[in-house]
Design a protein around this ligand. Structure first.
Ligand code: AMP
Ligand code: MG
Length: 487
């Protein structure tokens, strides 16, 4: 029974295929020697209205590994381009396919995407495969981001293929089943603007609007409004990253989703001690995508996005540029407002006062000078304690006094302030050493460490006793942490 529904129960749609042919290549299943589901996201399956039973047998594992397609699926690899570290390149799904789209019980459409499922037309020199470690890493971090209430693609499962992939050494291969509001990227628009006809670009924009901003379909200036929406979404998203201390690591334009979800977890990581220059990615040698640069890079990427829409904004290129520029200049202000609003909440402040910006900047400066842990500085405020490194600085004691004075100015009770602090400051983040520890155990076939980590990350605002241990810093906090992508 379960075997049968594994094929029929997905009920996938293929709206992406309504786009012109230039946007995709149809796919056949790839092989997988011995598919085995390693980790499966039951709450997400339930949210998608998928029957968990149906996703448990061998057939389901074959499907999740991309080795067999369910009924009604017409999988494709998506075409896209992008600016990688500032340089334009043709890209595309080189190691992923869109299996199809699932409509959840509330009527929302989600892509079911398989990453690491084999070569496609866009693979260039790559093998189209992924190693188990990086796919589990994406699973952990994306689900942690969801727990942190940051818009993100999600992870339904990681399935080992039973094959080995050749990296520096031979590693176990795996496929990540990724769930996203769509996989349309800034890079999809760059591809259309560079390689397609205007009609095809228009078809893409209309499709994106229908999918993400349907209320704009009747708008007389819908492409301009679409650009504004995209700017709003990214200003909000990147502010959330900054507020959580998240470093994406490769903010290339192909990794910026039109939906406003965080996408493509490669060399990402969370900052420990506060330093705007923090970079983890081994390939980002110049620090282009350092923590403190992320908001500005967001603006740069949005400018590339706006350029692709010029032909739809006005017949005259000159006027189109003027129209686009006027809205792009709003981005830094929007970002700053989102960030300030979020920071105020992190300090338990309900309303805006002029002095707040200085209060915030001074705290960040003290954190920087003392190499204070970013997450723990804020969670300490919620717990009514002091972050360790800051506790020794008399300047911080003065800052605390100012903060308490500021809190007294508002009508809200201490309980309300504490509730806001706990809601706005996570007790835990996926700390780098904890993620590594989970991956190391998983590499040896022990998935318990990872499952426990996933469980505590489900609600990082719980302030539970179990989370205390996960908030601790590594024994050697200053060891440089390096992350890798494309593996
Ligand atoms: P990413 O660094 O994951 O954003 O990927 C950038 C581009 O490289 C995308 O077009 C990917 O599909 C492609 N890519 C990454 N890894 C592989 C691989 N192992 N085989 C083929 N293409 C890959
Ligand atoms: Mg990418």
């Amino acid at each position: 029974m379960a075997e049968e529904t594994a094929l029929t129960g997905w009920r996938l749609e293929n709206s992406y295929k309504s786009l012109p042919n230039a946007f995709y290549t149809e796919m056949q299943p790839n092989s997988a020697a011995a598919p085995e589901v390693i980790v499966f996201n039951s709450p997400l399956a339930a949210a998608l209205g998928l029957d968990e039973q149906m996703l448990q047998g061998d057939l389901a594992a074959e499907i999740l590994a991309g080795a067999r397609f369910p009924e009604g699926a017409e999988p494709v690899a998506e075409a896209y381009a992008g600016h990688q570290f500032g340089h334009f390149t043709m890209l595309g799904d080189g190691r992923a396919i869109l299996l199809g789209e699932r409509i959840d019980p509330s009527g929302k459409r989600y892509d079911i995407h398989l990453k690491g499922s084999g070569r496609t037309r866009y693979s260039r020199g790559g093998d189209g495969r992924a190693a188990l470690g990086p796919m589990l890493r994406e699973y952990i971090i994306s689900e942690a981001m969801h727990g942190l209430k940051i818009p993100t693609t999600r992870s339904l499962a990681v399935t080992a293929t039973g094959d080995h992939v050749a990296r520096e050494t031979a590693l176990p291969g795996a496929v990540l089943a990724r769930v996203a509001a769509s996989h349309l990227r800034v890079g999809t628009f760059e591809y259309a603007a560079r390689f397609c006809e205007k009609e095809e670009l228009k078809a893409l924009a209309d499709y994106a609007i229908k999918r993400h901003d349907p209320e704009l379909e009747a708008d007389s200036e819908k492409y301009l409004s679409f650009l504004k929406k995209m700017i709003e979404r990214q200003a909000s998203l990147i502010a959330k990253w900054q507020l959580a201390g998240f470093i994406h690591g490769v903010m290339n334009t192909d990794n910026m989703a039109i939906s406003g979800e965080t996408i493509d977890y490669g060399p990402c990581a969370f900052m420990d001690s506060y330093d705007p220059e923090t970079v983890f990615s081994s390939i980002d040698v110049q620090g282009r995508y350092a923590y403190g640069n992320q908001p500005a890079i967001g603006g740069w990427n949005l400018a590339r996005f706006a350029e692709t829409l010029l032909p739809l904004l006005h017949d005259s290129q000159e006027e189109a540029v003027e129209i686009a520029q006027a809205v792009i200049t709003e981005y830094p202000k929007l970002y700053r407002q989102n960030w300030l609003d979020g920071m105020r909440e992190k300090l338990g402040l309900f309303k805006e006062e002029k002095e707040d910006e200085k209060l915030i900047e001074d705290l960040l400066r003290l954190m920087y000078q003392n190499k204070a842990d970013y997450t723990n500085t804020f969670s300490a405020l919620a717990k009514g304690i002091h972050e360790e490194a800051l506790s020794k600085d008399p300047e911080y004691a003065k800052w605390q006094e100012r903060w308490r004075e500021r809190l007294k100015k508002q009508e809200e009770s201490d309980e309300q302030v504490t509730a806001l602090l706990k809601k706005s400051n996570p007790a835990i983040i996926p700390r780098n050493h904890r993620v590594e520890e989970a991956l190391e155990a998983a590499g040896k076939g022990d998935y318990e460490v990872m499952n426990r980590l996933l469980a505590v990350l489900r609600d990082p605002y719980a302030y539970s006793a179990e989370q205390e241990g996960y908030a601790k810093l590594p024994d050697t906090p200053d060891e440089p942490y390096r992350t890798y992508c494309g593996t």
